[in-house]
Design a binder for this molecule. Structure first.
Ligand code: SAH
Length: 213
């Protein structure tokens, strides 16, 4: 696949749209400007890559809407070198955004077909998560904890306890919580046993599935 001037132009316009919708974090905007999102979709759908919409990918899953990816990445409040756990690798687009932002990324996907496809694809593009894991995100990744940030990219019916437990003090869990509609929720671990909770409006995600591995 090629990344042409036309694609780059479309990407610039997408970045402007995201700014108009309120995204201000420079590292997030730079990442979206840099990553050829059309590579993450089947080749027939290039025209859909740079509109601010979610889109179907393999295995009945979706690549999240660019605004959602941008908003979640911004809410994580990470710095270069921070250790981030992503739940729901999917197409790998959010993973690529976090890597462009300079994070050290661990990412978990429960759908095997997608896991294998994305693993191969990300390495082809030169995006290297520290670990790409086939497993159940409800459990987090105990052996690599604590994390500076944890981002859940599927709708969680409730907040899995291990994810809160695996946060560094000062770290944030960004998680859409709810069944049909989700409230974007951020938990900040303010002390060993203290968490602050904030809410950031409604979003719609595919479900975070439990006990399906
Ligand atoms: N971050 C992705 C979004 C993909 S949609 C992107 O940028 O494209 C959400 C993903 O979460 C799907 O791929 C789905 O298979 C995965 N998922 C659902 N339940 C999960 C679980 N319990 N553990 C890990 N991944 C899960």
């Amino acid at each position: 696949m090629k990344d042409t001037f036309t694609h780059k132009g479309m990407r610039k316009r997408l970045v402007t749209t995201l700014q108009q919708k309120g995204i201000t974090n420079k590292a997030v905007l730079a990442a979206i400007n840099a990553i050829p999102r059309h590579f993450f979709m089947d080749s027939g759908f290039v025209d859909h890559a740079y509109v601010d919409k979610a889109f179907p990918i393999a295995a009945d899953q979706t690549i999240s809407q660019p605004y959602t990816v941008a908003r979640q990445s911004e809410l994580l409040e990470i710095e270069k070198g921070d250790k981030v756990l992503e739940i729901g690798t999917g197409s790998g687009y959010q993973t690529a955004v976090l890597l462009e932002m300079g994070a050290v990324v661990y990412t978990i996907e429960r759908q095997n077909e997608l896991f294998k496809k994305t693993k191969l694809f990300l390495s082809k593009l030169g995006y290297r998560p520290k670990r790409l894991i086939f497993g159940d995100g409800y459990k987090g990744l105990e052996e690599e904890a604590p994390f500076d940030g944890i981002i859940v990219t599927a709708g969680a019916p409730y907040v899995p306890k291990p994810l809160l437990a695996q946060l560094q003090v000062g770290g944030k869990l960004v998680i859409p919580v709810g069944e049909d509609v989700q409230i974007m929720t951020v938990f900040t671990r303010t002390a060993e046993t203290e968490f602050e909770k904030e809410e950031f409006g409604e979003f719609r995600f595919v479900p975070l599935l439990e006990d399906k591995n």
